[in-house]
Design a protein around this ligand. Sequence first.
Ligand code: HEM
Length: 222
Amino acid sequence: MSGLIKSSIARKVVMALSGLFLVFFLAQHFTINITSVIDPETFNTWSHFMGYNPLVQYVLQPILIAGVIIHFVMGFVLEIQNRKARGINYVKYKGGANAPWISRNMIISGAVVLAFIGLHMYDFWVHEMAYKYIEAKPEDPTRYYAETVEKFAPIWRTVLYIVSFGLLALHLLHGFASSFQTMGVNNKYSPAIQTFTKIFAIAIPLGFAFIAIYHHLNPITH
Ligand code: HEM
C-alpha cells in the first residue's frame, strides 16, 4: 500500500516538474512570438536563431519533446488511477462537490491543448523540416515573419487557435498553481506564488490570442 502511495506521489511530482518546465517553454515562446507584433525584424532574428542554433535544435528541442510526452503520458496514467480510485470509493466521491470543474477536467483541457499542439506542429514544425531537410532550401533569415502572418489568414485556424488558448488558460489556472503545492512549497511566499500563477495562466494565453488576432487582421498585402 505504501509503495502504491509513494509511486502515485512520484507520478504527481513528475507531472508537476514536467508542467513547470513546459511553463518555462511557454514564457520563452511567448516572449519571442510577441516580437512578431512589436518588431518583425527582431522576430526574424530570434526565429532564425532558434531554427538553426545546434544547441537549440539538438539539445533543447529533444528535451522539449520529451517534456511534452512525459507530461501527457503521466497525465493519462494519473487520470486512469484517479478513475479507479473513484470506482472503489464511489460512495465517498461526491463529484462536483469535491473539486471545481477545472481541476476535475484537467484531462479534457489537456487533451485539447495536445490536439492544438498537433495542428501547430503541422503548421510550423512540419513546414520547417520540409524547408530544411526535404527541399533543402538555403538559409533565409528574413522569411519567418511572413510565414507566421500567412498562417493566420484563414479565420478557421485563427478561431481554432483562440479556442485552444482558452482551454490552455483553464489548464494552467489549475495546473500551474497546484504544481507548487505538489512540490510542497508552503511558506510566506505561497499566496504571492498563487497570485502570480493565476495572472500568468490568464495573461499568457490572452497574449497568444492577441498575436493570432493581430496577424489575422493585419495580413501582408504586397
Ligand atoms: C499565436 C500563438 C503562437 C504562435 C504565433 C506560435 C509560433 C510558433 C512558431 C513560428 C514555431 C516554429 C519554431 C521553429 O520552427 O523552431 C512554433 C513552434 C512550437 N510551438 Fe508555437 N506558437 C504559438 C503558440 C503556441 C502555444 C500556446 C504552444 C503550447 C501550448 C506552442 C507550442 C509550440 C511547440 C511545442 C513548438 C515546437 C518547438 C520546437 O521544437 O521548435 N505554441 N510556434
